[in-house]
Every structure is written in C-alpha cells, then in structure tokens.
Design a protein around this ligand. Structure first.
Ligand code: HEC
Length: 368
C-alpha cells in the first residue's frame, strides 16, 4: 500500500521529532551543569571509572594482540618428559622469562644459565608460583628430555624453571615470534653458536614484553620480573618502620674532607679495595702515613707548592713521576690532622680485609 502522505502531516512529524531532539540535548546540558555543582568527588569517581575502563580495555587489547593468535601454541616436551603447549600451558596469564639454549654449547650458554640462576635465586619462592622460567633447546636432536634433565641438575635448577625441547622447525618459528632469532645470517652460515643470547621477559596478560640481556645485573632483572611486570602489585606488604631502619655508618670528619677534596686525584687501595681501573692523577695513598715522616706529611698537605719551590727532594721526585702537581688546598691544621688519621685508619682496615682474604684462600688451597 502506498498512500501518499499529505505535506502538513510530514511537517508535524518533523517538528515533533525536532522538539524531542531539542529537549533531549537541553536535558544533557542541565545534567552537566548539575555535575559541576555537586562535589568534585563524583567527577573524580567518574574519571577513575573511565580510566579503569580504559586500562581494562588496553589490557584486553594488549593481551589479545600478544595472545594465542600471535604466539604459536606448539607442543614441547619438558625435561621431565611431560608434553605441554607453549601458549596454553607455559605463558598464558603468566609472568615469564624465556631464553634459548643448547646443552652442548661451551661458551656462552653455561654463563647465561648461571646468570639466570642468580635471578631465580633472588626471586626465591616466587619461582613457580607467579614467575616461570623457560629455557628452550635449539638443538632438539641432541637435547632429549633426559639430557635437559641432567643439564638442569648440573645447575641445581629448582622449582619454576623448565627446560624444553620439541620440533626444530617449530622452535625456530617460536624464536622468530619472540624476536630472539638473528636474521642477518644466512641459513648456510648459521651455526648453533650464532643463537641469540638475549632473554625475553614478559607478562602475557598485560601484553608487556621486553628483551633483556641475561648478563644484566640479576637484581635488576629480578626487580623487573617481580615488581614492574606485575604492575607493582606484590610490592612489600609489610612496610618497614623508620625506627627500625639500620643506622648509617658514621662518616668521620677526615673521611668527609678526603671524599670532597682528595678523591678526584687519589685512591686508598693498595690493590685491596676494588677500584675501577681508570688511571689516577696522583699516587695511591695506601700506607703513605707509614711511608712518610709525619712532619713531612703534615706540611705537604698544607703547603705542597712551597715545598716544591724549596726543592724538597721527595716533592721533586714525586713531581717527576706525576704529570700534575698536588694543589695547595688551604687545609687548616685540624682538617689536615683528621685527613691523615682517616688515611691511617683506612690503610689499617684494608690490611685486615687482605689478611682475612688470604686466610680463606689458603684454607681453600689446603682443602683442595
Ligand atoms: C688535582 C689533583 C690532586 C688533588 C685534588 C689532591 N692531590 Fe695529592 N697529589 C697529587 C699529585 C699529582 C701528587 C704527586 C706529587 C706531585 O706531582 O705533586 C700528589 C701527592 C700527594 C701525596 C704524597 C704521596 C706520596 O707518595 O708521598 C699525598 C700524601 C697527597 N697527595 C695527599 C692528598 C690529600 C690528602 C688530598 C686531599 C686533601 C690531595 N692529595 C688532593 C694530586 C692531587
């Protein structure tokens, strides 16, 4: 049926329609005004809600992108002979560290495993609870579950760390997907040692993945896995109280002055304190208090320039040896005394350290 509608009916329908839209828009405006009038709390709550929704959305998205469709759900065999699926069983919803190894590797992999073991030790009982390590073999022909089991044993690997083997091609695909595959070497030239020693750590649920070197500071990696990748949720439940904070070591006046005025050019090491091997401008002051006459030393600290001008034989000899001359730092007699005391104490402390070290090494030799 196609009855022609008269024009005026059309106009009435149109105006009713416009009226409805108009009042709706007005209502919205009033609503906003009201929101402004009521306390700021509601708007804060609103923003919080929106932000929460957005993060949920982002999380969902990230985990979707880095989800089942991205990671191949290949079958692998654990060092205990169990069959597992890479996505479903190993990484889904977990915080993980993944690296690729081969047990016949002589150079880098053992060091890599040893370094990761440090990270695992730092993470302690969280291993296998909310953090998991996977070392996947790129030499599955040789690395049977049994071989992997022995390897894990050799490194004293505990809970939460699984060694895996599987189909060579599928593992290669996995390496590519994880970005742990060196692509600039042709297949013909490729040997096992060319494998990428990087490590990837991630939280599948958050879709957050980062490549790391296993040779980084193990505490840094442990912190990234234990806190950052978990959105800091696990951060210390028990807060330390300030009263219980350990007292800082008292730094003497002499040490303070030495740090401020002397460390630019001097160390006190005697080869005992570990000091970065950059060349020092001035001599190592270890034992200088015993080496030099006390009066000479005191005067040297106060006016080295005068002593040099007077052609003091030690000053001359020192000047010939070093390029720079020791500056006159306008030290007061009190500060000079404090600094000399500090150099003497520090020398003594290092000697004790060296003695202790010698004792333990000679013990080791004896027990060998
Ligand atoms: C700008 C670099 C510089 C600073 C800063 C400096 N020194 Fe020196 N110091 C030297 C050099 C270089 C020598 C070697 C002698 C020379 O060439 O004058 C030296 C020599 C010495 C010696 C003699 C070492 C020996 O074997 O007999 C002592 C002791 C000494 N400095 C102590 C200090 C103390 C303590 C301070 C801080 C208060 C200080 N110096 C700050 C550069 C410096």
């Amino acid at each position: 049926m196609n009855i022609p509608t008269p024009l005026f009916i059309k106009l009435i329908i149109l105006s009713v329609f416009l009226f409805i839209i108009g009042s709706f828009a007005q209502g919205q405006g009033q609503g906003q005004e009201q929101d402004k009038d009521t306390s700021k709390n509601t708007s804060n709550e609103k923003t919080e809600k929106i932000e929460k929704k957005q993060t949920q959305k982002q999380q969902k998205k990230a985990s979707d992108i880095w989800g089942k469709d991205y990671f191949p759900n290949i079958e692998l065999t654990t060092h205990n002979g169990e069959k597992v699926k890479f996505f479903d069983d190993l990484i889904k919803g977990k915080v993980v560290a993944i690296n690729f190894i081969f047990t016949s590797c002589q150079d880098i992999c053992p060091a890599e495993t040893a370094r990761l073991k440090k990270v695992a030790d730092i993470l302690g009982d969280r291993m296998g609870k909310d953090i998991f390590f996977y070392s996947i073999s790129i030499d599955p022909d040789r690395d049977t579950p049994e071989v992997l089991k022995n390897y894990a044993k050799k490194f004293n690997i505990g809970a939460g760390w699984t060694f895996l083997t599987g189909d060579k091609e599928e593992i290669r695909l996995l390496r590519k997907k994880l970005g742990l595959y060196i692509t600039d070497i042709s297949e013909a030239e490729r040997t096992l040692s060319d494998h990428n020693v990087n490590l990837i750590i991630g939280n599948q649920a958050l879709g957050r993945w980062v490549k790391r070197s296993p040779f980084e500071n193990p505490y840094v990696i442990a912190n990234q896995m234990g806190n950052w990748l978990q959105n800091w949720k696990q951060v210390r439940k028990k807060r330390n109280r300030y009263e219980n904070a350990p007292a800082l070591r008292q730094i003497s006046e002499g040490e303070m002055k030495f740090r401020n005025m002397c460390t630019a050019c001097h160390v006190i090491s005697g080869g005992i304190a570990k000091i970065p091997s950059t060349k020092q401008v001035g001599p190592d002051l270890f034992g200088v208090v015993e080496r030099r006459d006390p009066a000479w030393l005191t005067r040297w600290l106060i006016e080295p320039d005068k002593m040099l001008a007077e052609k003091d034989p030690i000053a001359i000899a020192l000047k010939e040896k070093y390029q720079v001359v020791m500056p006159n730092l306008s030290l007061s007699p009190k500060n000079t005394e404090n600094i000399i005391q500090y150099i003497a104490n520090e020398t003594q402390r290092l000697k004790t350290v060296a003695e202790k070290r010698n004792k333990t090494t000679s013990k080791n030799i004896l027990t060998k």
